[in-house]
Design a binder for this molecule. Structure first.
Ligand code: FAD
Ligand code: SF4
Length: 564
């Protein structure tokens, strides 16, 4: 037992687990970090430097790829290519049940989805953290913006987020690296939007790519971005934030981290006499060998549904309905962002202009609905993410041209096009839930998750307005061939799943307190997206990082005080 005993255990090495590992080890805790997937060391990105002609099948998925990834190749997704498919789980080996359809996009390897993420990084605002309480939706957040603001500063400084300072109450500014540049058509659209629609603003996206050197020297493996826009393959320059390039090397440097890979955590161990969790039970993904590890404090960072699976599967006489589930809310209140609706258009008048490099970023229109004096018949709102660029030679694939005329036409850039998609807020609802189906098991003998969630009336009203407003803005800007789109997307398609172990003040209605700490078991902290009490409409990972760092500080302080 002694050799398997640590000060802390972190489950998962993705966006949140990397931060837990860094903070706990830097504060002196001997920390065991477990991940169910294989090791990926920074730089170990097999396709990162491949030229287009080195990728088989034109970088498209084969029929076999589609058979193995029936979920990851749904219309709402885009990651199964020859250059990125190795980062996404095999859906056949990793099944789940869909009482109602759910798009669950996963990556099981060291670094988790921090390797594939889109890097858009936005803060929640005071308004977001107050909305549930004011509107009587779900439960009130037990914290306010002031509680998390210093931790946003801390995280942004360490990971490097490029962006512009805008002074918007609904989208607080941060500690930014220089903003990337808008293209000429995006600038035209920006001016027309602010000229014709008061209260709406188009800004460059805030992204965790290094537009300049980091402002500190604690991540020597990270260099400025080369503008290749191949980030999802992994970046050998370390130019975007991933656990692999940033937080895990920092944790390793302390000498306090032990990492075990292929380690599927399937259960928390609870000691009735101590009233505490004492450790975790682990199954080796390759051999099936079972091991127990012990620690004083446990950080659950296995992603929203990874963590929820472990907690639901950890039953005992004290917790017959899942670990820490006195409230009955564990697994409920699934949220994600509305995804897949928007509009595109063609823009004339800029044919003499171009741009250099492949900017790994787009524009952002922060939420303007139900902000200030704007009042809608629904609650909350949405933001847009989009971009304007010139079409390339692929526009000629369907044209009746061959030979010299085709070669000639392919040398010219095509017309400017612009497109944008809404990310809308989803309200927490007890009806949207995930449970364990004990009658169906995966290849390790673990029960499958069963998803039962759908968008409700408020989300449907937001989805409609996302399209209406996009069409209106492109038309008002004088663009042509303005068309809407609506991709077939279920809950989960936004890949911003959250809410299944929510924070709140009252243990009767929430799983965690204001420090991401279990109401019912104070030495267990949950800091992946399951803690979210509401979703906002901003991409959430920056908030997971800030809350993880904050929770780690609290855990260490509580350990020192002898409270856990
Ligand atoms: C294509 C794509 C684009 C995205 N774009 C953005 C964006 O622009 N902005 C944004 O904010 N977010 C974005 N996201 C979402 C973002 O990736 C997630 O919010 C974030 O990775 C969640 O962090 P996490 O630590 O909770 O989980 P993950 O990063 O998924 O990490 C979870 C880790 O836990 C491990 N694990 C799971 N179960 C177990 C278990 N039982 N035992 C041991 N280990 C386990 C996994 O192997 C994994 O390494 C995007 C995601 C994808 C896929
Ligand atoms: S665009 Fe920048 S961050 Fe992305 S892969 Fe290229 S160098 Fe790395």
């Amino acid at each position: 037992m002694e050799k398997n005993t640590y000060d802390a255990i972190v489950v998962g090495t993705g966006v949140s687990g990397g931060w837990a590992a860094k903070e706990l080890t830097e504060q002196g805790l001997k920390t065991l970090v477990l991940d169910r997937g294989p090791m990926v060391k920074h730089g170990d990105y097999p396709t990162a430097m491949k030229a287009p002609w080195e990728l088989p099948y034109g970088d498209e998925p084969t029929r076999h790829d589609i058979e193995r990834h029936p979920i990851h190749t749904r219309p709402s997704f885009y990651g199964i290519t020859q250059s990125t498919k190795h980062w996404f789980v095999d859906d056949i080996d990793n099944p789940y049940v869909e009482t109602r359809p759910f798009d669950w996009f996963r990556g099981y390897h060291v670094g988790g989805r921090s390797l594939m993420w889109g890097r858009q990084s936005y803060r929640l605002s005071p308004m977001d953290l107050e909305a549930n309480g004011k509107e009587g939706v779900g439960v009130d957040w037990p914290i306010r913006y002031e509680d998390i603001a210093p931790w946003y500063d801390y995280v942004e400084h360490f990971i490097g987020v490029s962006g512009s300072v805008e002074h918007l109450p609904q989208l607080p500014d941060g500690d930014f690296l220089p903003p990337m540049e808008l293209t000429c058509v995006e600038k035209d659209f920006r001016d027309k939007v602010s000229g014709k629609f008061g209260g709406r603003k188009l800004i460059i996206g805030r992204t965790a790519n290094l537009s300049a050197p980091l402002k500190h020297d604690k991540s020597p493996q990270r260099a400025p971005c080369q503008y290749r826009n191949l980030c999802m393959r992994g970046c050998p320059f370390g130019a975007y934030f991933s656990s692999n390039s940033s937080t895990l090397p920092a944790a390793e440097k302390t000498g306090n981290m032990t990492m075990v890979t292929n380690a599927i955590v399937y259960e928390l161990i609870y000691d009735n006499d101590k009233g505490k969790a004492t450790g975790v039970r682990v199954l080796d993904a390759e051999t099936g060998h079972q091991t127990e590890y012990f620690a004083k404090v446990i950080f659950m960072c296995a992603s929203t549904f990874g963590t929820t699976h472990i907690l639901l599967n950890s039953t005992s006489s004290r917790f017959p309905n899942g670990f820490g589930n006195d409230s009955g809310e564990l697994g409920h209140n699934i949220m994600d962002h509305l995804f897949g609706t928007g509009a595109h258009a063609v823009v004339d008048g800029f044919e003499d202009r171009y741009y250099s490099g492949r900017r790994p970023n787009g524009f952002y229109i922060p939420r303007y609905r139900n902000v200030g004096n704007d009042k809608r018949p629904y609650l909350r709102g949405f933001g847009y993410q989009g971009g304007a660029s010139r079409r390339d030679w692929t526009r000629l694939v369907d044209t009746p041209m061959i030979g010299a005329s085709l070669k000639r036409a392919a040398q010219d850039p095509g017309p400017w096009t612009i497109s944008m998609m809404g990310f809308g807020e989803m309200l927490p609802s007890h009806r949207n839930k995930v449970t364990l189906d004990h009658s169906r098991k995966d290849k390790y003998g673990l029960p499958l998750l069963n998803f039962d969630a759908a968008h409700e009336e408020n989300e449907k009203a937001i989805a409609k307005e996302i399209i209406d407003d996009a069409l209106e803005m492109f038309s008002a800007a004088g663009y042509r061939d303005v068309r809407s789109f609506a991709v077939q997307a279920n809950v989960g398609a936004g890949i911003h799943e959250m809410g299944t172990a929510r924070m709140g003040r009252d243990p009767k209605t929430s799983v965690l307190n204001g420090w991401n700490q279990m109401h019912a078991c104070k030495n267990v902290f949950v800091t992946d997206g399951s803690f979210m009490t509401s979703s906002g409409c901003q991409n959430p990972s920056l908030t997971y990082m800030a809350m993880t760092a904050r929770a780690a500080k609290h855990a260490v302080d509580e350990l020192k005080r002898g409270n856990i």
